[in-house]
Design a protein around this ligand. Sequence first.
Ligand SMILES: C[S@@+](CC[C@H](N)C(=O)[O-])C[C@H]1O[C@@H](n2cnc3c(N)ncnc32)[C@H](O)[C@@H]1O
Length: 343
Amino acid sequence: MIEHQEGSANFLANLSGKDKGPGKIKGVFYNPSMKFSRDLNVEFAKTLNFDGLFLDGMAASGIRGIRLALESNFNVDFCDTSKLAIETINDNLKLNNLTANVFHDDVQNVVKRKKYDWIDIDPFGTPAPYLNSIIENVNNNGILGIAATDTAVLCGAKPSVCFKRYGAYSMKRVAAKEVGVRILLGKIQTLAKKNGRSIEPLLSYSEGHHLRVFLRVVNERNITLKWLNNKMEVSDSEVKDSAGPIWLENIINPEFIPDKCEGQLGKFFEILKKEAHGPPGLFDINDMTRDAQVGQTPRKLKIVESLESEGFFASVSIFSPLGIKTNAPHQARTQAVKNAQSL
Ligand SMILES: C[S@@+](CC[C@H](N)C(=O)[O-])C[C@H]1O[C@@H](n2cnc3c(N)ncnc32)[C@H](O)[C@@H]1O
């Protein structure tokens, strides 16, 4: 095992990630490419002024919970099914002068025994098998942080598995990842409803090979899952070429997006904050250009500027480098591409 440093934490773990493939190592998993996800978690946590009890439910080396304890002043419990992970978390707590409860158990058992105000699950692959127990057991108004790395399933490459696993049809192309997040939120809302509860998404995103949602579990509200077609039109029932049934309410609450971050994370938050106000779905700038018959695709920001100058909502998106989120109708989108050429 190697000693690493990330944020304010020093810790021991086995390196995983690109070369080795997540989950394929023996020992305690640490993927440095997920640092961005943990940096984001730390900064997002600061905006919530959270003072409850947090469970790092699939902790591996414990790096997520340790960083939240050190950098966001969280009170954290840890849990993992791996004995080696538990030994390592205990060593890592000592290395960082922290004390905490560490449970060698399945997260589904831990949440039945003890009440938490925030539960994080970060599985290898799909979170689907764990969703019901964490939704059922988290405290009222508690928060869930849920990661999914089964992106092929959620984002259009394996539609039949998606339907079986999440009860929804996925979408290919530019809006695939945003729709993936909406499928995950739809599944969570369906399970929450079965437990007499509802969800309120706080922050949702895709990055690299994973999707992640943060949401609050609240008293039951009247929410209906809907469908989104290839033209980004919402309908109450299934129509041809549509994804659904999915969560078509807001997926990001701009109030909780940090606004004082620098670098890559700062830019990411800036885009999330803007696109939070837009309608569901994305339009592909290359499709828009083909419809406008203008040859080369103008720069994305020029198209956004052009749409905004006509009074429409328009934003780039963290969900796709080719996507624009806008409420402009087809003709206005086509005209905006033409206008963008002269900007
Ligand atoms: C992807 S790793 C977690 C990475 C970690 N959160 C981080 O930020 O580095 C998944 C971990 O979940 C653990 N795990 C798998 N199934 C579990 C379960 N049902 N309950 C608790 N832990 C579980 C695995 O042993 C593994 O350590």
